[in-house]
Structures are given as structure tokens and as C-alpha cells.
Design a protein around this ligand. Sequence first.
Ligand SMILES: [Zn+2]
Length: 249
Amino acid sequence: MKDEISLAVELANSLKKKDKLHAYVLTGAGTSRASNIPTFRGEDGLWEKYNFEEVATLNAWLKNPVKIWTFYVEGIQLILDSEPNPAHIAIAELEAKNFCQYVITQNADGLHQKAGSKNVLEIHGNLTRVRCTKCNKKQVFTEPPKDIPPKCGCGSMYRPDVVLFNEQLPSDLITKSFTIAKKVDLAIIVGTSAEVVPAATLPFISKESGVKVLVFNKEKTDHIRIADVFIQGKCEETLPAFVERLSKN
Ligand SMILES: [Zn+2]
């Protein structure tokens, strides 16, 4: 009997056109787990120590900037110190070899870019980037800000460029993600639960559009119902094995 990775490689190879694979990768928290990224939400998330609504809303940032920025800077340092793991590197390799053109990620840690991915759609934003609460100017941190709260040249406070509690996801990126999900030949779903919408919807949209779906995940999720191949395991182990075998053919 063939193992799942062989089946996934076989399927991906059958979809290649002139050595090119038209695909997107969708990633979630599981992709960054091996990089020890602190999660801001969920069990043992950084925000669990705090009252979520006290720190994760724009109102809270505006009301209590020093307190919240001080807390936030701790998390930023951990993220800036973290390194991409083999799953991020394998995904960057897919793009470099033209086996995938888009990375749609729910992670806000910037590790895909650190690993070398170029076309990354960060639908939940980026924790190391800030934007002005007034003029919307953006800036990327390479080290945590020294002045708390950090301010834009226009004199207004910066806020993290992430989707906070009760905020809408950026509609331009969501629209683009849905278009991508329909038009490719292969969807590669990596380390994401099928719980957070709208990202969780993308694999279903792909399937309905006749796109083949590969699911790499440690746990069984709702996405395995529509997976053409489900590769169960740690994505930092299964994905590099998949990419290596895909490259050989
Ligand atoms: Zn400004």
C-alpha cells in the first residue's frame, strides 16, 4: 500500500503543466508551532493572562496605550527572535520551484517571509508591523520600539497592523484569497484548523471549483472530508518530505 506522501506527490505531479504547478498554500498556527511562536489567542496564549477584551480591542489600545504597548512589546521580542522551521522553508521552496504561487496565511509572525516566501497574503495582519491610528502609515519593526507608545511622524500613536478583536478582516485580501482558491489546480492546506472563518472556508471553495486538495495536519479536521489526500503528522516533517519527493520527479 502506498503511503499518503506518495499519493500526494503522484496527485501533484499529475497536475503539473510544463513543470509548473498552479497552487496556493493556506497556513495556520500549526505551521508555526515548531518555531515556538507565542499565540496571542487560545490556550496558553499570551492574551490568556489578560482579559481578552482589555487588550485585544482598538478601544483598549486607545484608552490604555502605555500598559498595552508594554505587554505587547514582550510578545514582539519573542516573535522577532523566532526562526522559520522546516515547514516554512519547504513552502518557500515550493514557490521558488514554481510549484505554488501564493501563500495565504492566518499567522501574523512574518515567518513565511523570513523563510523566503515572496507572495504572502497575511489575512490577519503582521504583529511586527504597525500602522498609524490616524494617517494609516505603516512601519515594520526589526526590534521592539523604545518609546512607549510609539508614535508616527504625524504625532498619533501606532497600533499593531493586525486584525484586533471585533475588527473586520481586510476585504481586499479576502476577495483576492477567494479568487485564488477557485482558479488554481491544487490547494495545499497546512497546519490549520477548520474552525476560523473565512480562512477555513477556502479549501471548501477550492473543492467546489474542482481544485484538488491536500491537507497536512497533525489532527483530523473538518477539511479531511474534502481532502483528496490527508497527510497526518507534524507539518514540519511531512511537508519537507513531500516537497523533496515532488522536486525529484
Ligand atoms: Zn500618522
